[in-house]
Design a protein around this ligand. Sequence first.
Ligand code: ATP
Ligand code: MG
Ligand code: MG
Ligand code: MG
Length: 562
Amino acid sequence: MRASKLYAPTLREVPAEAEIPSHQLMLRAGFIRKAAGGVYTYLPLAWRTLRKIEKIVREEMDGADGQEIAMPIMQPSELWRESGRWDVFGEEMFKLNDRHGREFCLGPTHEEIITDLVRNEVRSYKQLPLLLYQIQNKYRDEIRPRFGLMRGREFIMKDLYSFDKDEEGLDVSYKKMYDAYTKIFSRCGLVFRPVEADSGAIGGSNTHEFTALAKNGESEIAVCTKCDYAANIEKAEAVVLYPQDENELPLQKTATPNAKTIEAVIEYLNMPIEKSIKAVAFQDEKDRLICVFVRGDHEVNEIKLQNAVEAVNLRMADENAILAAGGIPGFMSPIGLKKGTMVVVDETVMEMKNACCGANEIDMHYVNANPKRDFGEVMVKDVRLIQKNDACPHCGASVDITRGIEIGQVFKLGIKYSSALRATFLDENGKEKPLVMGCYGIGVSRTMAAAIEQYHDENGIIWPRAIAPYEVVLVPVNAKNEAQMKLAEEIYTELKKEGIDVLLDDRKERPGVKFKDADLIGYPLRVTIGPKAVEEDKIEIKVRKNGKTIYDTKDGYVKNIK
Ligand code: ATP
Ligand code: MG
Ligand code: MG
Ligand code: MG
């Protein structure tokens, strides 16, 4: 390709709306242009990089037994109603009607379509496992489309879906994809971590996000400083114990007081069950105590404060109201608990509580006692998001909090969609069973943006070679000089013959302009053909990433470039 013909309009001024380097640089270097909020045209340079990323993705998907297909972007509402997601998906879904009033959406994802495809064709366990994928535009009406390709409303995704006969099969498919993702992002030259993630709305139990480390990333992740533990902090919880503070406690998890045993409550709260936990208290949104679960010596008592709910505001510590409702004020009133707070009460406190129960009946003065003095130390057990320097849940070393970009996600779906859409097969014993599914996405266009976030400097992009639009830019210093142009043309032909992606900057521009553009666009190597090359057989090769310059002869330079 010749630069004189390349459609890569560069910009001197960056639109103010471009806040982060990848967005700014893609606009400045002529990679993308905006058509609407979150909707972009990819110009030739961007398209070349995207196709290189896609090629890597395809090779690894095919290598992991994936088969490429192409599903419709336009999807009928019926399937989404069958899975129950038509209304659940909400405003993020682009919906449209045909001329007969039938409803469709523009695919934000393809679980429904693919499950429908497979349920009509797969009959027997012998056809499994089956891994199908596609690379295409996805549509999501994001609340805040921003950062250019990072969060678009139309974006390119690779999505693969696996179908297995059982959980063990799913484990194998999941591992295959996990490994393939590791290869893909390594081949793209990215610095990334697979992180444990939350299942969220899509369902399923086991999932990892592949996160490219970048300070502008929208994900916050906890990374162990010692082992390879990493988790999205939405998932990374730390259990902490600290003394009850009379004034304010951090917001707790929402919990339901419907559970019948303390273990059920603890399980609901997703906390480890420990013997030391003797009581769990719940409050409603207005901080009113709803109930307390107390483990006595032999039984679990749920103390409901139905009548007190209206009256009890624990900050006011209205013990009389608690008493009137049959509560145990001595125990509850000092505890300014929020919903789901777990109170660890030691044996002494339990004794006090029992004493207090008795005391209620005979002494009303008791309620005015100083809770701290009477109850000793009351520890509050809290689950909160993991913080810097918390202990790593795997090895106990300290964790660090950092930011990153979610570039891919692997997900065990199980039978969520196959059971809803009745996608079944016959197992070895002729028994009908739902297919066990997984889904695996890669944001192809977001990966391109992530690479720029990781690799750029004040002069422009620094492409990892595997995904650079061109590997080499060949710059004759003076395009009007016949000898330079002749040598440049020879080298151009030779490099192409060697299978190297080369762009010849044959524009009749000043060398400074060409060098600036070369740095801005970010070609990994720049080969300069000036007087030295013509007269002294010294070909200059400049490495974009470290600024180093090497000289080589016309006979020797190719191996240096390779
Ligand atoms: P996010 O948390 O950033 O909204 P997601 O978890 O909703 O992403 P998935 O449903 O997991 O996204 O889709 C698979 C991949 O598609 C993501 O890992 C991400 O790389 C990419 N992706 C998702 N939404 C967008 C978007 N709006 N623009 C560009 N890429 C996206
Ligand atoms: Mg999303
Ligand atoms: Mg996400
Ligand atoms: Mg995701």
